[in-house]
Design a protein around this ligand. Structure first.
Ligand SMILES: C[S@@+](CC[C@H](N)C(=O)[O-])C[C@H]1O[C@@H](n2cnc3c(N)ncnc32)[C@H](O)[C@@H]1O
Length: 262
């Protein structure tokens, strides 16, 4: 059994390795180096989180989860305004090729406007909510001469019929409590359940961007998941002005925007 303790004036980390074969490279010194690195990194992450937590806003009291698949929602319920800078950064990334772009989730059409401002070759949008699909057809009137196609349905049901794209922009939200439990609580980033699909529908060198749910850096689990499906990635921090009574489950004043390349 191996024990490691790391103490600081604010916390103490205690690691007990019970299995003698766990993290067992050829040399003991190598094993020590790996264990020490893991503990050091965890301690550094706790210190960074302590710093971030001090900047969180309070947030509004959460209502119980309603099924949003076909709900009639107002603008702020679809997407709160503080997310606009994230949309701007994601739209810039996904349109770098100005090629064929797939966007999942039309919402208020804000990111769709931004994607159109980059004069892309084609813009395919998947949207499941009938009331939001009606908003799309109204919005489309502003872009009569452009190649914009709507695919009405859940991406889980319609993706197979679509081909490959130069850029994929993923911004949906959990539609019900089951999705919340599985994809938000049970995962490093909500979009993780879409990574495999994004990889399948991107052309070589194609770019994938998504709402990351990361504050100031990417966790190792998140990075490993990206690198399992994509050949490289880059990340930038977008500063946010999150209101004190924010209703979304986000309380930090920044978010990392990611560009993953196939
Ligand atoms: C946060 S909004 C998107 C906001 C948009 N980026 C904007 O700038 O206005 C999320 C959208 O994704 C749609 N959506 C959620 N889950 C979906 C799914 N599984 N398939 C298709 N659309 C989905 C919702 O109906 C909603 O319109």
């Amino acid at each position: 059994m191996i024990r490691r303790i790391k103490r600081s004036d604010k916390f103490e980390i205690s690691l007990v390795v019970k299995d003698d074969q766990f993290i067992r490279p050829p040399k003991d010194a190598q094993r020590n180096a790996l264990l020490n690195r893991a503990i050091k990194e965890f301690a550094e992450d706790l210190t960074a989180l302590d710093h971030q937590a001090g900047k969180f806003v309070q947030g509004a009291v959460q209502n119980t989860f309603i099924d949003r698949t076909q709900a009639i929602l107002d603008d702020q319920e679809i997407m709160e305004d503080w997310q606009v800078p994230v949309m701007q950064a994601m739209a810039g990334i996904v349109t770098e090729s100005q090629g064929d772009i797939l966007e999942i989730g039309f919402g208020r059409g804000i990111s769709s406007d931004m994607i159109q401002s980059h004069r892309v070759r084609s813009h395919t949008i998947i949207e499941c909510n009938d009331a939001i699909v009606a908003r799309f057809y109204q919005w489309k009137g502003n872009y009569q001469d452009r190649d914009i196609r709507l695919v009405h349905g859940l991406w889980q049901d319609v993706m197979d019929g679509l081909g490959c794209f130069d850029g994929i922009f993923f911004h949906t939200y959990p539609l019900n409590e089951d999705e919340y439990m599985n994809y938000v609580n049970g995962s490093v980033t909500f979009a993780a359940h879409f990574f495999e699909t994004a990889e399948k529908h991107l052309r070589p060198e194609g770019v994938f961007t998504y709402f990351s749910n990361e504050i100031d850096s990417l966790g190792r689990e998140h990075q490993r998941l990206i690198l399992k499906h994509f050949s490289s990635f880059s990340a930038e921090i977008v500063e946010l002005n999150v209101p004190d009574d924010v209703k979304d489950t986000w309380w930090a004043n920044s978010m990392v925007v990611i560009k993953a390349v196939k």
